[in-house]
Design a protein. Structure first.
Length: 176
């Protein structure tokens, strides 16, 4: 049996009306969406049900819900290339050595050699690696990047990608 506080710590995946996984909400928000009719329960691959009790009602909240309302989607733009956004994308880790100390920004292809100030050319680097690389490309300096550089993606798309990856891993575990 699960305690009330454990149930209230659970989260529920919210799908759009078109079945795109959009986000995770806490169980209180999920209950509000279900009771007001803004969402309906989904049973994908026999998902879990969380039992929530009040003095007059027992509510079974599914692990996944689908919005029944169609709202206008907010317009999302790729953020500008600046220190805060690059640090966020790179998770505050040097993309050459993995350090989290004394971080700076580095142009992979130096601007003096025609490199652009773009998402595909700017990385987080610690001062040591940035100095070591200097005005050279990573290949010339004998350094390699830890990740492929891309612009940040829409938060809903990123969430959906991660969600389906986890579903796939869980299905593979069940097959073993």
């Amino acid at each position: 049996m699960t305690s009330a506080t454990q149930v209230l710590r659970q989260s529920v995946v919210v799908f759009s009306k078109n079945y795109l996984p959009m986000s995770q909400v806490n169980i209180k928000r999920a209950i509000a969406l279900l009771i007001t009719g803004k969402a309906e329960p989904l049973d994908l691959i026999n998902g879990k049900l969380f039992e929530v009790r009040s003095p007059s009602l027992v509510l079974l909240v599914p692990e996944w819900i689908r919005l029944t309302i169609t709202g206008s989607e907010r317009v999302w733009k790729v953020p500008p290339v600046n220190r805060r956004e690059v640090l966020r994308r790179d998770q505050r880790i040097c993309q050459y050595c993995g350090s989290t100390k004394k971080l700076t920004l580095d142009h992979v292809i130096p601007r003096s050699k025609g490199g652009k100030h773009s998402w595909e050319n700017v990385v987080t680097a610690c001062q040591r690696c940035n100095s070591r690389k200097g005005n050279r490309t990573p290949q010339q300096a004998g350094m390699t990047l830890r990740t492929k550089l891309t612009a940040p993606m829409h938060p809903t798309v990123a969430f959906a990608e991660q969600f389906w990856l986890e579903v796939q891993v869980n299905l593979e575990r069940q097959e073993i």
